[in-house]
Write a protein that binds this ligand. Structure first.
Ligand code: ADP
Ligand code: MG
Length: 613
């Protein structure tokens, strides 16, 4: 069934396209790409000029949102209503940012230190998620205009070092922009894909991705094997990028041309410095004019200015290589990403460090988005031989006594993965064990999604707690989960296969995560009660067993007291008060402890009787 949507702006009826788009949501620039006639292609502005959308959001006096090139001038004219580099704030709390506060030009709300930050633009506070959503909306609009169809599915890239909160924030921004985010992909993974790395599944490759953008530097070392991209190490500097090159030029000019720069024209001067930098990537001399003065910069002087900055990126590379335990000769390819890698000195120094020619044939501004488009195409099922798996989106585990979820593979684990844990029986002589497999983040399985179950049969009858049952989860690169249960003493074995990746839609996944956060507290309480009950039941069983075995050495009073305390514990187990259960357990334990010692001594004495030492 085709769905039709109406674009209210143009009152045009638009079809919904099935295309999945790739988005590079950058700190400085963002862009969108898609697979056009089998070729990843970045989408241009209406005038056909630029693929990059500056990641700048301006809120006008009458609360209109302006994004991209049109907002660039607002940075100069109304900086208090204009935000750039919002990506730096994604998934961060005020506490996270406090140290770096002086580096932000905008006001950050500090009311609640541990909540996610908000920034003030004009009269209102905005969350970084809302602001990023505005950038995403602009990109969505751009591709919808190009295709003349509504687009709803996307892959969005994030830096490899982004943590879960930052990834989640990016996902939420997508949702807010009306996009169903099918996958969050690491930027270096996307860049590698654009260069065709990982397409040949026979090859085992190690690549270094060097990404020098506007305000940040990242280097990632990836190992690509059988379609799986593993991040071996990342390093970088979140406050080092093209902006710093501009600043180095400006500082130089300020001493060279004293007096012509003032605090009022500094922003304009900064733009001129950037222009000089870009010009010097392809020419030996820059000549420009500023406030009626002629201004100039030679390439060799410029290179000396920026050499220490580039050296800092090389030091980061060395650290990443050390963490990965590799040396330059182990690297098969060095991929250059980010506008600042157009600087010849950068290419030169990176080539020298890795001892090889770097890969920079693709546009460094576009390469991440192009790779995201490739990934999107794979997800759409159009590239059958390419296989990409990164992490499991939700935790996988089994149900244990009391309906508790016992996680075996935590969410966000890299796949393929093989994890196992040992269990035992809870009833004497138990010969069957039901293994129920669940997916989700909640403490109680009833709130998670059941993926399947099977029964491990033929466990030889043994007292409770004696059988050793190993349960193994094997999640392969296709996202297929196999669960194996084995009683190791007897070798009894059982196995099922479950397709987990396709079980939950994105919406359901988001909902489940949200629920788990909302209910964390009640879940924790329930879990504590259940655990207390399980423990209490075990103690009641042992107390009964103890009485039965040791009647002869106990006084009538001791027997009655033990029975009474056991009954009291029994009655608390029927309730829901964890503290009462624990109290009753404590009382019973305290009372029976000396009795147990006496019994033990008696048993030893009996055993020794008649044995000569
Ligand atoms: P991000 O990933 O942070 O969004 P980009 O990869 O878009 O950033 O890089 C933006 C940076 O690239 C800016 O600092 C810009 O000045 C710089 N840049 C763009 N073109 C050139 C060039 N020809 N020479 C040097 N730097 C450039
Ligand atoms: Mg980038």
């Amino acid at each position: 069934m085709a769905r039709i949507s109406i674009n209210l702006k143009s009152a045009k009826v638009r079809k919904r396209s099935n295309i999945i788009i790739g988005i590079d949501l950058g700190t400085t620039n963002s862009l969108v790409a898609y697979m056009k006639d089998g070729q990843p292609t970045a989408v241009r502005s209406k005038d056909g000029q630029r693929t990059l959308v500056p990641s700048i959001v301006h809120i006008s006096e009458n609360n209109q949102v302006v994004v991209g090139d049109e907002a660039k001038n607002d940075l100069i004219h109304s900086p208090e209503r204009t935000i750039y580099s919002v990506k730096r704030l994604m998934g961060k709390s005020y506490t996270d940012l406090e140290e770096k506060k002086s580096m932000f030009a905008y006001e950050i709300l500090d009311e609640d230190e541990d909540k996610l930050v908000k920034v003030k633009l004009g009269m209102r506070y905005f969350s970084p998620i809302e602001l990023s959503a505005e950038i995403l909306k602009a990109l969505k609009q751009r591709i919808e205009d190009e295709l003349d169809a509504e687009v709803t599915k996307a892959v969005i890239t994030v830096p490899a070092y982004f943590n879960d909160t930052q990834r989640q924030a990016t996902r939420d921004a997508g949702k807010l922009a009306g996009l169903d985010v099918l996958r969050i992909v690491n930027e270096p993974t996307a860049a590698s894909l654009a260069y065709g790395v990982g397409v040949d599944r026979q090859l085992d490759e190690v690549v270094a991705v060097y990404d020098l953008g506007g305000g940040t530097f990242d280097v990632s070392i990836l190992d690509i094997q059988d379609g799986v991209f593993e991040v071996l190490a990342t390093n970088g500097d979140t406050f080092l990028g093209g902006d710093d090159l501009d600043k180095a030029i400006l500082d130089h000019w300020m001493t060279e041309y004293e007096g012509i720069f003032t605090s009022n024209n500094l922003q304009v001067a900064r733009l001129l410095a950037e222009e000089a930098k870009k010009h010097l990537s392809f020419n030996d001399t820059f000549k420009g004019a500023f406030e009626g003065h002629e201004i100039q910069l030679e390439r060799n002087i410029y290179e000396n200015l920026i050499r220490p900055l580039v050296q800092r990126t090389i030091d980061c590379c060395a650290n990443a290589m050390k963490d990965a335990g590799l040396s330059a000769k182990d690297i098969n390819k060095v991929i250059m990403v980010g506008g600042s890698t157009r600087v010849p000195l950068v290419q030169e120094m990176v080539s020298a460090y890795f001892g090889q020619q770097v890969s920079c044939e693709l546009d460094p501004d576009e390469v991440v988005a192009l790779g995201a488009a490739v990934q999107a195409d794979v997800l759409a099922g159009n590239q059958k031989d390419v296989l990409l798996i990164d992490v499991t989106p939700l935790s996988l585990g089994i149900e244990t006594i009391g309906g508790l979820m016992d996680t075996i593979i935590p969410r966000n684990s890299k796949v393929p993965i093989n994890a196992g844990r040992n269990y035992t029986t809870s009833v004497d002589g138990q010969t069957n064990l039901k293994v129920s497999v669940f997916q989700g983040e909640r403490d109680l399985v009833e709130h998670n999604r059941k993926l399947g179950e099977f029964i491990l049969k033929g466990i030889p009858p043994m007292p409770a707690g004696i059988p050793k049952i190993e349960i193994h989860f094997i999640l392969d690169a296709d996202g297929i989960l196999r669960v194996k249960a084995m009683e190791t003493r007897s070798g009894t074995e059982q196995e099922i296969e479950i397709r987990s990746q396709y079980g939950v839609s994105e919406e359901e996944m988001a909902l489940m995560l949200l629920e788990s956060i909302k209910n964390a507290e009640t879940d924790m309480k329930k879990r504590a009660v259940l655990e207390a009950k399980v423990e209490a039941k075990n103690i009641i069983l042992s107390a009964k067993k103890f009485l039965k075995q040791n009647l002869s050495i106990l006084t009538e009073e001791e027997i009655q007291n033990t029975k009474l305390l056991t009954l009291q514990l029994q009655s608390t187990v029927e309730g829901e008060d964890k503290d009462l259960i624990n109290q009753a357990m404590e009382q019973l334990n305290k009372y029976t402890n000396p009795l147990a010692h006496r019994a033990l001594d008696h048993n030893i004495a009996t055993a020794m009787k008649g044995k000569k030492l």
